[in-house]
Design a protein around this ligand. Sequence first.
Ligand code: NAD
Length: 255
Amino acid sequence: MRLKDKVIIITGATSGIGKSLAIRCVSEGAKVLIHGINKADGEKLVNQLGESAYLCIADLSDQHSPKKIVDCAISAFGKIDSVVNNAAAIERNNLLKLTAESFSKTITINLQSALFLIQAAFPYLKQSQGNVLNIGSINAYTGESSLLAYSISKAGLQTMTRNLANAHGVDGVRFNLINPGWILTDREYADQVKKGLPENWPDSLGKENIPSGKMSTPNQLAAACIYWLGDESKPFTGSVVDLEQFSIIGRNPEK
Ligand SMILES: NC(=O)c1ccc[n+]([C@@H]2O[C@H](COP(=O)([O-])OP(=O)(O)OC[C@H]3O[C@@H](n4cnc5c(N)ncnc54)[C@H](O)[C@@H]3O)[C@@H](O)[C@H]2O)c1
């Protein structure tokens, strides 16, 4: 077991990548604070995982939520070894459509709440010599034109990870980030249908998007997270790990 007795907070864990990661963490021996906003989905998952999981419902657009989540984890499990900032608002907008309200909402949920969750958990992470794993996106480097605010928020998360890693290596707390590429989650499927792709889109993608011929799955992504959450990855910090089916920076596909 690679995470035996570790206590891990995972935000946005009632669906998609967060849910797959929570299931995997428990199977590796961890106790998981399942955070989310969907109570029914959260209760279903916690029932499935048993005593190793505890549910905390908190809207990350509320500035009091980070402390509430940390308090939940401490009262349920008594310590914190890791925080996974996975929750995100994924709203489509571009320069012409973006409103100040929508920009502010995206930055608050995707970036500000992650920072203040780390701040609230920091004394416990220092005590446990633990770590933070932020879930970014390859959109951080440029991003889809219709994901303007989202891409900016993920770029911020990347800089925040490196800044905190640089500042707090001396405290024994590590900060790493995974930038997933395109992952077939339920939300992503629905989002692409809403955007106009046909219902069978995951099976009709070109090799330029999916070189392997098959979309990457939340389980595959979760498997990669386990290394960064465990002591196996000590002493590495400040890492930005891109997980896609092709190289991200400087890619220049044949025309
Ligand atoms: N699926 C992909 O292709 C992909 C690619 C790159 C990065 N990511 C990242 O992976 C992470 C998980 O995404 P996913 O694809 O599993 O989608 P998802 O929608 O299933 O997960 C996001 C979670 O965040 C939660 N959330 C949203 N707003 C919230 C709020 N105000 N308060 C509390 N929780 C809130 C949602 O309820 C949901 O559980 C996100 O950070 C996303 O940016 C996903």
